[in-house]
Design a protein. Structure first.
Length: 287
């Protein structure tokens, strides 16, 4: 089944209503490396350890109201076995409450045909609103590379241009050592893809062992930006965007290199590979 441009652009992805509380907030924070310093009071606020100070980590927006693997629906026309998560971004419009109920709606915002044998790009957006008031809390953006779906007769643009990093040395470095079992924790953030859990599936896909979720690596980078550029103040966290460029094995160290202008990239220390490139962060006052 080939992609039908108009059908996929207007594909109805059901909205998701989700309630969350201290346990979900703490689990997310712990799963992206917050709390590794158990005496850092600023970190402890994001993992439910302080009775008088509880906050939600901004990047939790990426998992709230998750619509599931909707591209696996045969009605999309997508070859689901050949898709790759290419880019991720988010904008926090209002600080996420430490607990509450949200309604999220995901939609396709763009579709680019790169040509026969070259795949296609699918751009999507998820808006998260407070259920009681309709207040827009966050917008999450994603780019999915559909490796097996080029040549369906769609438009060849526009293609999102990557952010260019400065040529100078980064101004800050922030290391996040991931744990060997970190993917087993992160999967409870609504991402049970067996590629990250089952060694047999990972080996069949060409990996030595299960790999870390891309959104876990993204969350680790968001933790670095929250720490370095916001001093752990979620009210200052505005937006971040980055491009996935290499997979991560649980247990490897992620070093996020940050420039004063908000540019960033995340490097895998042990293999000297860039896991997230072309990153850009903007504080809340700049969006």
């Amino acid at each position: 089944m080939a992609i039908d441009y108009d059908h996929l652009m207007n594909f109805d992805i059901p909205e998701v209503r989700q309630s969350y509380g201290p346990a979900e907030v703490a689990r997310y924070g712990l799963s992206v490396g917050i709390g590794q310093n158990p005496v850092d009071m600023k970190q402890l606020a994001y993992v439910g350890a302080l009775a008088d100070d509880r906050r939600a980590m901004p990047a939790m927006a990426n998992i709230l109201g998750h619509p599931g693997f909707w591209l696996g629906n045969p009605e999309t026309g997508v070859d689901a076995l050949k898709l790759v998560h290419g880019e991720q971004g988010m904008t926090i419009h209002h600080t996420l409450p430490a607990e509450g109920t949200v309604i999220a709606k995901t939609r396709v915002t763009g579709l680019v045909d790169k040509g026969e044998g070259r795949g296609a790009l699918l751009y999507s957006e998820k808006q998260i609103r407070e259920a009681a008031t309709g207040l827009l809390l966050a917008t999450c953006r994603g780019t999915t590379f559909l490796r097996g779906d080029g040549g369906f007769g769609g438009p060849d643009g526009p293609v999102k241009a990557p952010h260019q990093l400065p040529e100078t040395k980064p101004d800050h470095l922030f290391d996040t050592p991931t744990r060997p079992e970190q993917a087993l924790y992160y999967r409870w953030n609504a991402d049970p893809n067996p590629l990250h859990l089952d060694p047999r599936i990972a080996v069949a896909a060409g990996f030595e062992r299960p790999i870390l979720h891309g959104l876990c690596s993204f969350g680790c980078a968001a933790h670095a930006l929250l720490a370095v550029l916001c001093d752990y103040d979620a009210d200052r966290f505005g937006s971040m965007d980055g491009r996935f460029t290499a997979f991560v094995y649980p247990g490897e160290t992620l070093r996020t290199e940050i420039w004063a202008d908000g540019s960033f990239r995340t490097r895998i220390v042990e293999r000297d590979k860039i896991a997230i490139g072309n990153g850009i962060f903007k504080p809340r006052t700049a969006i």
